[in-house]
Design a protein. Structure first.
Length: 298
């Protein structure tokens, strides 16, 4: 069986059919999936039956899977295996979280445009998010194509961005979404890290912006200028022509390239409905400055 590809637009987001991710994947199917992934950056695999092991095994085909550890596990015991980020509105006992729970305040940051794990020195390569329980209204995930947004910039803007390095920090995006309460231990574990503002994707040779709400400053640029530039770039990338909105069905697996897309969750009534998803995040092989041949600022 060879896979079937149904592009959503000619260059961004495609559905993949005729593949069962719960079975070992034939080498030529995996090669076809990878080729499609480097081209479309967002792939949707409908109607998959994935337990934790099958989900993990598929993610492993793309590189090492991160352990999810942002919040202190002594304050927040994991509900699910820490190989996965728990993208749900459930507490450790599996009940809908409380209105003022720390988890809820922290995860509100997922509603800002971001890319996963750019706040880690070796950032995220791709994420694989699997939907177990979805909600009847809202709770979509929007994706924006940072490659197409880069291509659409005027030449002088491209020149101005060349070689710039931004500082990403989870505390920064969380402050933007109203969460100020990292413990000292949490803050120490995730210090700010440098990342290139423009990247080149080795598989396609395409250039891409690499912006996110995790960015706090740009090295060598006055703060007022940097804050405005980052806001403008995020607004540019997330114009509707660069965005695909995924409306979840149960058992969808969606994977995206964190090097060249932004995403955010949309609102839903999270005190009423259960939304239960889990995400495997695959690490890139090196910091983006190193990949771009840029000096890593200290
Ligand atoms: C994620 C994420 C948004 C959503 O899984 O990384 O940001 O729609 N999800 O839940
Ligand atoms: Mn995310």
């Amino acid at each position: 069986m060879t896979i079937t590809l149904s592009p959503i637009t000619s260059a961004f987001a495609a559905e993949v059919g005729d593949v069962d991710l719960a079975q070992p994947i034939a080498a030529d199917d995996l090669a076809a999936i990878k080729q499609a992934f480097w081209k479309y950056a967002v792939l949707i695999f409908p109607d998959q039956q994935l337990d934790a092991d099958r989900h993990y095994d598929f993610a492993r085909q793309f590189g090492p899977v991160e352990v999810d550890r942002v919040l202190d596990t002594s304050l927040h015991p994991h509900r699910i295996d820490p190989k996965f980020a728990d993208i749900s509105n459930l507490d450790a006992q599996g009940r809908i979280w409380g209105e003022s729970s720390r988890q809820r305040m922290y995860k509100a940051g997922n509603k800002l445009w971001h890319t996963d794990s750019s706040f880690k020195y070796t950032p995220g390569l791709c994420s694989l998010l699997y939907a177990r329980t979805v909600v009847p209204i809202g709770g979509h995930t929007e994706f924006a194509d940072q490659r197409a947004a880069y291509d659409a910039l005027p030449d002088d803007a491209k020149r101005k961005l060349e070689g710039l390095v931004a500082e990403h920090c989870i505390a920064h995006s969380r402050r933007r979404s109203g969460f100020h309460e990292f413990t000292d231990d949490e803050a120490k574990r995730l210090p700010p890290v440098p990342q290139a503002l423009v990247r080149t994707l080795p598989e396609s040779g395409r250039k891409t912006l690499y912006v996110a709400s995790h960015i706090g400053r740009i090295f060598g640029m006055p703060q007022a200028e940097a804050t405005v530039l980052i806001d403008q770039l995020i607004a540019h990338v997330t114009q509707r022509q660069f965005v695909y909105t995924h409306r979840w069905r149960p058992n969808d697996l969606v994977m995206w390239d964190n090097r060249c897309t932004l995403h955010r969750g949309t609102d839903f009534d999270d005190l009423r409905w259960v939304r239960d998803m889990r995400r495997a995040t695959v690490s890139d092989h090196a910091n983006s400055c190193i990949q771009e041949g840029l000096a890593v600022p200290v």
